[in-house]
Design a protein around this ligand. Structure first.
Ligand code: MOS
Length: 709
């Protein structure tokens, strides 16, 4: 072993990215490429009664127009077992298979032309008449219904007698928290380039899971999976938006088949708000009961999220309520409100970040009610095991995270009373929160090849949407092979390579990383079996008269999940400055300390955490889809008006890692380091805003308007 794990290696793909040679889905310029543009519905519910395409068909450069009136019927075979990233009940949108309109922005037609401009122009010429029906376009939690059993999320879960314990608690908090619909807002637009060669299909696609892309399209078209190849070497940010295979992928493939040319379909910025998913608007009520010494006696957390009418999207919003703190009496209740909108999907720590926000804001309110320091309150209720699953943690150094971050931040300088700290005219607030995120692992495989020139090639179908998969996997591979980094090339993002699970849920390193390590160890062992001491790989291969040796290995979870509960943990501390006259909020400082198990590369891990903090800043202060219930539509469906943090909003961010090595969870000892960095940021900021101003804003984002009311 060469001790590469734990080294702050710079990104191996950094040069390709900053020089523009890294190719993203829309940039694959296959010969004869034609361009597609969508026609989208403008009503939230109803039927298309007429669709006039003649003018579009006559427009310059147009190769074809597809609507439900002239579509090839697609089989849309159902899955025996649905992919985990798809809603487990309801039916996916079947493109162009009928006149029904299920939401505003639904793709109802596509125009293919020689150029993108011609396609867009022609799409604007398509005239559509609707018969509208009454639509449900408001989010009314009173209409919430339990999730179906198939959704996998419990409608209710309880341990102890929470309602009674809450009733008897000497100190109680009962508050309602909310956040709006939020959108992933990645830099790269979703795009698919589809090209048929007889009955073989190649897709260059923006996806976090090439294997699932292939499976979905095989089911939709009723063709064998091995007739499809999905290629996706680079993903320019996704945050969950590219987990599923959305309808536009089908449309691209359909259009390409129809016009007999390769077709590129790139969604425009507006279409991203309707043709992919989003984080569902969620309202939560949290009731906490405690003894006067701060010991929690009851945790009751209820969440209601939005879903579409045609699919049931449910997320793990209430898991943090069940496992973050020690408490004998816990009740959670989850409800869904169906609306005429596109289906939500996982976005940046889906559900968990929502549940952590409400729980950690309520904990801050409880600390105030008790007159106890917010950090003390967390320590007082620290969970020594997962009480919900009744399992010990595979590892947990959360206490050390609190200590490290608090010390670095200077938490002891905080004076507890709201509005008691100032800097010049500005109100200063200190806030903190706990972060939790489940550690996951799935079966993955990889291949490793050593060549006679002493170089190695390691490959798997995994993705890299930005966290540095290329780099960290190269490190793991070089470490296991005992080779210098520049002797190892790592390839991903292609269904022709060994299968990998979804690049989501912060589990790529725990899953694919262990497969890469296993493949490298296997090929190394194979080669060294009949080698003399001190011979290099190249010398061994040449003496055997071979030009290469290859091995493939699979790594998958065992029964450790039955014996241990595995989570990433963190502690987030922030300082805010609020202008008391203008209500403007700045976040001059944010420090997070994380327990993520082993950290393969502290440099890219730091980037990952800073990115999560910036995302959390957006969630706390900026991000909000402005919803128009008259049309069931997002009004600010663009990057100018859907606000995300820019450099000017971000000042000093610091990520610290508590050394860890969770071999109980997986051989590499990693717990996954991604979504944990987003969790805890929004409540830490909300809590700091309360400390600065004495105002408790429970509805995100915390805007000037809300602060000045
Ligand atoms: Mo993540 S929301 O699992 O990409």
């Amino acid at each position: 072993m060469s001790d590469l794990i734990g080294q702050p290696i710079s990104r191996v793909d950094g040069r390709a990215k900053v020089t523009g040679t890294a190719r993203y889905a829309a940039e694959f310029d296959v010969p004869g490429l034609a361009h597609a543009a969508l026609v989208s519905s403008t009503v939230p519910r109803g039927r298309v009664t007429a669709i006039e395409t003649a003018e579009a068909e006559r427009a310059a450069g147009v190769l074809g127009v597809l609507t439900h009136l002239n579509p090839p019927r697609l089989p849309y075979h159902s899955f025996e077992e649905r992919p985990g990233v798809d809603p487990q009940s309801g039916d996916q949108l079947k493109v162009f298979q009928g006149p029904d309109v299920l939401f505003s922005g639904q793709p109802i037609g596509v125009v293919v032309a020689e150029t993108l401009e011609q396609a867009r122009h022609a799409a604007s010429l398509v005239r559509v008449c609707y018969e509208t029906s009454e639509a449900t376009t408001t989010f009314d939690p009173r209409r919430g219904r339990p999730p179906s059993e198939a959704s996998g999320e419990p409608g209710e879960s309880r341990r102890g007698a929470a309602v009674r314990a809450f009733g008897k608690a000497p100190v109680r908090i009962d508050a309602v928290y909310g956040h709006p619909r939020e959108h992933h807002t990645a830099m790269e637009m979703h795009a698919t380039v589809a090209t048929w060669d007889d009955d073989r299909l190649t897709l260059y696609d923006k996806t976090q899971w090439v294997n699932n892309d292939r499976a979905e399209i095989a089911h939709v078209f009723g063709i064998p999976e091995d007739h499809i190849r999905v290629i996706s070497p680079y993903v320019g940010g996704a945050f969950g938006s590219a987990l599923r295979t959305w309808p536009h992928v089908t449309i691209a493939a359909l259009a390409a088949r129809q016009v007999g040319r390769p077709v590129r379909l790139e969604l425009n910025r507006r279409e991203l708000y309707t043709s992919t998913g989003f984080r569902p608007e969620t309202e939560q009520r949290v009731r906490l009961g405690a003894r006067r010494d701060g010991k929690l006696t009851a945790v009751i957390q209820e969440a209601t999220g939005q879903t579409s009418t045609y699919e049931e999207y449910a997320e793990d919003t209430l898991d943090p309520a069940r496992m973050t703190y020690a408490c004998r009496n816990v009740l959670t209740r989850y409800r869904l409100v169906e609306m005429d909108t596109n289906t939500p999907c996982p976005m940046r720590a889906p559900g968990v970040v929502t549940g952590v926000f409400a729980l950690e804001a309520a904990m801050d309110e409880l600390a105030v009610a008790l007159g106890i320091d917010p950090l003390e309150l967390r320590l007082e209720n620290h969970a020594e095991r997962n009480e919900q699953d009744d399992l010990p943690w595979s590892s947990k150094t959360l206490r050390e995270c609190y200590r490290l971050a608090a010390e670095r931040f200077g938490w002891s300088r905080r004076s507890p009373a709201p509005r008691s700290m100032r800097q010049g005219p500005l109100l200063v607030g200190y806030g903190m929160a706990t972060a939790v995120y489940p550690a996951s692992r799935a079966a993955a495989s990889a291949s490793a090849t050593i060549f006679a020139d002493g170089n190695a090639l390691v490959r798997t179908a995994a993705s890299d949407m930005g966290p540095g998969t290329y780099t960290s996997m190269t490190q793991v591979a070089a470490d296991a092979l005992g080779l210098p980094l520049d002797h190892v090339r790592f390839e991903l993002g292609d269904t022709a390579l060994p299968d990998a699970p979804v690049h989501g849920g912060s589990m790529t390193m725990a899953s694919v990383g262990n497969a890469v390590q296993a493949a490298c160890e296997t090929v190394r062992a194979k080669l060294l079996t009949d080698a003399r001491n001190g011979e290099s790989y190249g010398e061994i291969l040449r003496s055997q008269g071979r030009d290469r040796i290859e091995a493939t290995a699979e790594a998958k979870p065992g029964d450790e999940g039955e014996r241990f509960s595995s989570y990433g943990f963190g502690a987030v501390f922030v300082e805010v400055h609020v202008d008391p006259d203008l209500g403007t909020i700045r976040v001059p400082r944010m420090i997070g300390a994380y327990d993520a198990g082993r950290v393969v590369n502290p440099k890219i891990a730091r980037s990952q955490c800073l990115g999560g903090m910036v995302g959390g800043l957006g969630m706390a202060l900026l991000e909000q889809a402005e919803w128009d219930p008259r049309f069931g539509r997002v009004m600010n469906a663009n990057l100018a008006e859907y606000l995300v943090p820019v450099n000017a909003d971000v000042t000093e961010l610091e990520a610290l890692f508590v050394p860890g090595d969770d071999r109980r969870f997986n051989p590499l000892g990693v717990k996954g380091l991604a979504e944990i960095a987003l969790c805890g940021v929004a409540p830490a900021i909300a809590n700091a805003v309360y400390h600065a101003t004495g105002k408790r804003i429970r509805d995100l984002p915390i805007t000037v308007a809300k602060l000045l009311v």
